[in-house]
Design a binder for this molecule. Structure first.
Ligand code: PA5
Length: 379
């Protein structure tokens, strides 16, 4: 069998024809759709209305996995300084003990069929939590219809990770519906314009010499990316890691400040394989002033060791703009890394195989349907 991964020279990044040939699954088109999906998500979210009793809750719990969980992480980071409620993201089967009838549980699964998300949905229903689900299809949609749970359907046809705007923006509407408007439509429209404009700069048609995403990918080529972030951008560093994993099929690490200064920093003392590492710092204008100083210290430690370092300065004037502009840059970086490795970015063969084999063994979807049948009867 011919190995799929080959190492291309950097010049491939300016060869639009070659890029198209590698990108058989059209991930480039999906990443380019990010601004359009943002707009679509705002329109879709207008249809979301939650019952009045959803306002009287003690916490918001967002359940999802992988590409469907990252919107929850962004929401958590963005809401932290605004919403006086606990917001948590559960990427697991079991809900924590504190989740009960006064929790609002939001189940998010792009396919609507992810086992862990269905299981936490089921547990939330059994605990009498207030609930809503977001999916493009699948058992989650079916369960909401049978159990009369508010449901927001989003368009299908994307990979879960490229559907991020469709899974994230509705969470802002959920916040508004429970009495905590985080971001108004004016701010969203402004963020959309910024991302749309920035996206043009990052597409394959824009050459390496003027394309920040190609330039960062070129620096990360054949390296192990170590991504640092802080505050409301913690979720963004995770997005970089996940996108590099899934699009470029490449390993990446992420960590957050100031916590990294209390453990991870020690790994800069005696570095193995230093020529293989490249650090990406995602900076923010909203960082705590004390943090600025510790960042400088960490940067000096890294530079002293001669390890490659790139700073990402997100665009925009608001936290939301910073998040979205950094994400669109990172999504394109992961895409160009895939191109440099000669890897088709869209398919996630191992994830799909794992899920399929797992369901064959556990028969979880059958069991969920059985539970649904019984619960719908007694509803
Ligand atoms: O990006 C991916 O394909 C995965 O991370 C999926 O998002 C994850 O497996 C969960 O699936 P879904 O998003 O359909 O719930």
């Amino acid at each position: 069998m011919k190995p799929e991964v080959c190492s291309n020279s950097i010049s491939v990044l300016d060869n639009v024809e070659a890029i198209r040939m590698i990108d058989k699954g059209n991930m480039g088109l999906m990443i380019s759709s990010f601004p359009t999906l943002l707009k679509e998500a705002v329109t879709l979210s207008r249809n979301l209305a939650l019952p009045r009793e959803y306002r009287n809750i003690k916490e918001v719990v967002i359940c999802g996995m992988g590409g469907s969980a990252i919107g929850g992480e962004l929401f958590k980071d963005l809401s932290q300084s605004i919403i006086p409620l606990r917001v948590s993201v559960i990427r697991d089967y079991d809900l924590p003990r504190h989740v009960d009838e006064s929790s609002l549980v939001v189940a998010v699964s792009y396919s609507g069929n992810t086992e862990e998300t269905l299981e936490s949905f089921k547990q939330a229903y059994e605990r009498g939590s207030r609930m809503i689900a977001i999916a493009s299809n699948g058992l989650l949609e079916k369960a909401c219809s049978k159990l009369k749970i508010p449901f927001l359907g989003v368009p299908s046809g994307y990979t879960p990770r490229s559907a991020l705007p469709l899974l994230f923006i509705p969470l802002l509407k959920v916040a508004e519906e429970i009495g905590f408007p985080l971001v108004g439509e004016g701010e969203l429209a402004k963020a959309h314009r910024l991302v749309e404009e920035y996206n043009y700069k990052l597409t394959p048609e824009n050459p390496l010499s003027r394309n920040p995403a190609k330039q960062l990918a070129a620096r990360l080529n054949e390296k192990l990316p170590i991504i640092y972030s802080m505050g409301h951008l913690k979720s963004v560093a995770l997005r970089y890691k996940d996108q590099i994993n899934e699009n470029a099929k490449m390993r990446a690490m992420c960590d957050q400040l100031p916590e990294a200064n209390h453990n991870e920093v020690e790994a800069w003392e005696k570095i193995d394989f230093k020529e293989l590492l490249h650090v990406v710092f995602i900076d923010s204008r909203f960082k705590n002033p004390y943090l600025a100083e510790s960042i400088n210290q960490l940067i000096s430690a890294i530079e002293k060791e001669g390890v490659g370092l790139s700073m990402v300065k997100p665009l925009g004037e608001t936290m939301l703009e910073e998040m979205l502009s950094a994400i669109i840059l990172g999504d394109w970086v992961s895409y160009y890394l895939a191109i440099l490795r000669g890897v088709d970015p869209a398919p996630v063969r191992l994830i799909s195989d794992l899920k399929k084999k797992h369901d064959e063994k556990t028969r979880y979807s059958e069991k969920f349907e059985e539970w649904l049948g019984k619960s719908a009867k007694s509803n």
